[in-house]
Design a protein around this ligand. Sequence first.
Ligand SMILES: Nc1ncnc2c1ncn2[C@@H]1O[C@H](COP(=O)(O)OP(=O)(O)OP(=O)(O)O)[C@@H](O)[C@H]1O
Ligand SMILES: [Mg+2]
Length: 419
Amino acid sequence: MSHQILLGAILRLGVKGHHGLRIVILVLIVAAIVVAFVLVRQRRPSRPARTARRRLALMTRGNPVPPGDRPDAGVPNLTMSSNNDLQAQGVGTVATAVRQSRAGNTLSTIEARGLTKRYGDKLAVDDLSFEVKPGHVTGFLGPNGAGKSTTMRLIMGLDAPSSGSVTVNGRHYHDLGWPLREVGALLEAKAIHPGRSAYSHLRMLAQTNHIPKSRVEEMLDLVGLSAVALQLVGNFSLGMGQRLGIAEALLGDPGVLLFDEPINGLDTDGIRWVRNLLRRLASEGRTVFVSSHLMSEMALTADQVVVIGKGRLIAEMPIDEFTSRSSQCYVRVRSPQLDRLRPALQAAGASVADEDDGSISVRGMGAENIGELTLHESIVLSELAPQSASLEEAFIESTEGHLEYRGDRPVAGGSTKGA
Ligand SMILES: Nc1ncnc2c1ncn2[C@@H]1O[C@H](COP(=O)(O)OP(=O)(O)OP(=O)(O)O)[C@@H](O)[C@H]1O
Ligand SMILES: [Mg+2]
């Protein structure tokens, strides 16, 4: 009411007053209306986002709640936030649903014991034993045909092992009460009916797992697919399909997550987004197991590695330890007393090579031990510089004898898939 009284007073003043004053008051009123209009526009979402949300709301309004489904069923501790922290890292420029920290939950593990899978003559997975722990991103590395996807299928109960076993949280996949809420996976070549929309695909999964439909909208938001939620999956690009797969994996808010080559087909921003998302999921105490051939990306994302070749385990350790084992790791040493230093290092078990620039490269002995030795022998040092290997160098070296498929020459014994 007060604004009407004010407006009336201004207009009366304008009518009684001078002609010029009347024009000034009218201009002020028009300006105020324009400013108010602009402010209202800025607060509203864009037209495509509004349309998608309206259509989504219309479509979901009439959906029956499945029997026994409660609004919060199956998704305990769910927090919905526009997480500034995540946005700063590039994770979700949209609202992001994250679960409260699970740190300390030591149950969320994957454990393989003597896992073996044979397809006819082909031994795809060969007596594999490893453990994937919570709170870490564990990179699952191996050359083409090494058995990574097969292992992930075995974990998800999509294939039965020929012998051995693999468990999630101490149980076989088929024994999990609500699998989608305990383990989520983005597997290669996921079969989604091309005639379904992203929304109806996720909604169907949510209904059959007693997950509230609000979680579907949150996940579509999280992966950036809200605006195309009602488009047919068959028309999705590779990258959009990957994003939908990630939404599906996270739908049940599980503690264990498997991603088979999740960054395939993603653009640069999408790759960075996945990297930060995986790290964030691990920092919440989840078990994150991810395969990829992009070693530079894995070096940034993972802190543990499981490396396999021809179905067999090659390494299972922290990523730093894996790279430090590479022969590409050495210590560059300079000294005015190399004649004394060389034999002293060799006598201590190190291998020494002369470099063109007058330095020596020392392998088999760390910088700390070299420093102690030179102190003990009273040898002057002018440089002591550890050189680390990249994950790619360490990976190539460790899998050298386990390649089934090579670009330059055929290797006997490979099957047709994965070439
Ligand atoms: N259903 C199947 N029938 C027969 N052989 C199979 C089947 N699935 C996988 N294999 C074989 O098992 C081996 C391991 O395949 P897998 O797809 O697990 O490898 P990968 O490590 O995921 O390779 P890539 O890096 O190329 O994805 C391959 O030699 C493959 O040909
Ligand atoms: Mg694979």
